[in-house]
Design a protein around this ligand. Structure first.
Ligand SMILES: *Cc1c(COP(=O)(O)O)cnc(C)c1O
Length: 498
């Protein structure tokens, strides 16, 4: 299996190279040149296996340059109960008849990013070894809160790597900030940026593609890679849990093998929902893909109108990991929907870079609307949904997941579609205690984060994750913040290159 760049179909590399580079030098994203198939028989037989083995099976179709032993090493190291608080790795909870919550937050940092970032360091170090590169890998991460911590946990003290994380100073929850600034490890740096997530992401992208910076790293025996979902090594692990969930639901008799299953995903950078689309194209019987946004509803508008326009106000919401106006992975989807028309992609994404806007043609728009439904909800509705789900079903969900539940309810009301549905639950409610409590029991909201955590544990039946409990007394190591224009200077300085 080879990988092409979305901006130049003539570029052709194996997965180890796609993963170690992170992004193509033309600014495009790496995509597999074809989508491998999975049969219903294979899907059936996966339910017997452990999550790690299901993952190895899916990866064997995409990472064909990895040996079986390498895949076993990567998957068994990442998906074990050492790192996750459940043997099943991804849990499926029943919300109500035919509606299931796919809990993707049982990893070390309590958000779905762990599903990919627990394995990415193994993919990356294995790739570097395979390619016989001897440079040190420098990982730059822009985060809206969850990726940063998950990447730090994945890469801390991994030999031959150094990781730097940038987060928007005012754009993350108190628990998210605490998780990052207390990070241990000798190869980690965390820095707040005076700006929003898009500023962090653009800053990182500019550093990555700045040829002078790239050259000075090379001279210093280093090279960049990415732990953001622009890296194929982040995306491919996310396909696994859709394959895995379908297989399990069918084996438990919740679905007849072959029966369609709709999927709802609270969306920001479009990585998670794109993984569901890949699973569908592989042959997993997925029906509608429901893309849920908060009031930063650039994707809802795009799906409904075919016009992507980031020229709009940016809102800080109670679902901060979805406060994004540039959804990078849409580029991969559009490459697929245009039948790999790299020229068209260059034109649209050139327009996005220069004017902040592009419009797709009618053909693409109609496939987009056939496969996807887009909806959004505001903070008040997110809160009322948390309360409703809590009171009706005794299920406590975080703010991002609540956006998905609300958009799903709207979808069901608008269409009458009663297809069985899987809702991606992307974070533990404890990461957003203040907002969740505010929804369930307002008078319990206070200034003390851990008092709120305690309260939430009384109200919900979810145990407080050990990794969050122990942050209470951890030292804050990284207290600095910088201007968004100073990110390049900061990186060079940290690497000892200026
Ligand atoms: C990152 C994140 C999202 C958005 O996922 P994308 O893959 O960027 O679309 C949603 N919810 C939570 C909790 C997240 O951390």
């Amino acid at each position: 299996m080879y990988y092409k760049s979305t901006r130049n179909s003539n570029i052709r590399v194996e997965s180890a190279e796609a993963i170690s580079r992170g992004i193509s030098e033309d600014g495009g994203l790496f995509v597999p040149e074809s989508i491998p198939e999975i049969s219903l028989e294979e899907l059936s037989s996966l339910s017997e296996l452990s999550y790690a083995k299901r993952a190895a099976f899916v990866f064997s179709k995409y990472l064909t340059d990895f040996t079986e032993a390498e895949l076993v090493y990567c998957t068994e190291s990442a998906y074990s109960s050492k790192n996750f608080d459940t043997e099943n790795i991804a849990e499926i909870a029943h919300l109500f008849d035919g509606t299931y919550m796919l809990e993707l937050w049982h990893g070390p940092t309590c958000a779905f990013k762990d599903m990919a970032l627990q394995i990415l360091p193994y993919f990356l170090t294995t790739s570097v070894k395979k390619l016989k590169l001897d440079s040190k890998i420098v990982i730059l991460v822009a985060t809206s809160g969850d990726t940063g911590k998950a990447a730090l946990e994945g890469f801390k003290d991994v030999e031959g790597t150094q990781i730097m994380v940038f987060y928007p100073e005012e754009g993350v929850s108190e628990m998210q900030k605490r998780q990052m600034v207390t990070q241990e490890g000798d190869n980690v740096t965390v820095c707040a940026v005076k700006g929003n997530f898009d500023d962090c992401q653009s800053g990182v992208k500019q550093i990555f593609t700045n040829s002078e910076v790239v050259q000075s790293l090379k001279d210093g025996g280093m090279s960049f890679s990415s732990a953001n979902s622009i890296n194929w090594g982040r995306l491919v692990p996310q396909i696994v849990y859709y394959v895995s969930s379908y297989s399990l639901l069918a084996s438990q008799g919740e679905l007849k093998m072959g029966e369609p299953l709709n999927v709802v995903v609270p969306t920001g950078n479009f990585g998670n929902i794109l993984a569901a689309y890949y699973a569908k194209k592989m042959g997993v019987p997925i029906g509608k893909l429901i893309c849920a946004s908060n009031v930063n509803k650039v994707l809802t508008d795009f799906i409904n109108t075919g016009i992507y326009d980031k020229n709009r106000d940016f809102y800080a919401t109670i679902s901060p990991s979805m406060d994004i106006l540039i959804s990078s992975n849409l580029e991969r989807l559009l490459y697929l929907l245009t039948n790999e028309n790299d020229e068209q992609i260059r034109e649209w994404f050139g327009a996005l870079a220069s004017e902040g806007k592009y419009e797709v043609n009618d053909e693409v728009k109609s496939v987009l609307q056939k496969e996807f439904y887009g909806g959004y909800c505001a903070d008040e509705e997110t809160e009322s949904t948390i309360k409703e789900i809590y009171e009706k079903y005794g299920y406590t969900c975080d703010t991002h997941t609540a956006v998905a539940v609300k958009v799903y309810q709207d979808y069901k009301n608008a269409t009458g579609d009663t297809t069985k549905t899987l809702i991606a639950s992307t974070a533990s409610p404890y990461k957003f205690s203040a907002s969740v409590l505010n929804a369930i029991q307002k008078d319990a909201v206070c200034d003390d984060e851990y008092e709120m955590v305690e309260k939430l544990s009384e109200l919900s039946d979810i145990p407080v994750p050990v990794s969050l409990a122990e942050l209470k007394t951890k030292e804050r190591r990284f207290t600095g913040s910088i201007d968004k224009l100073d990110m390049k200077k900061f990186v060079l300085h940290e690497l000892g290159l200026n």
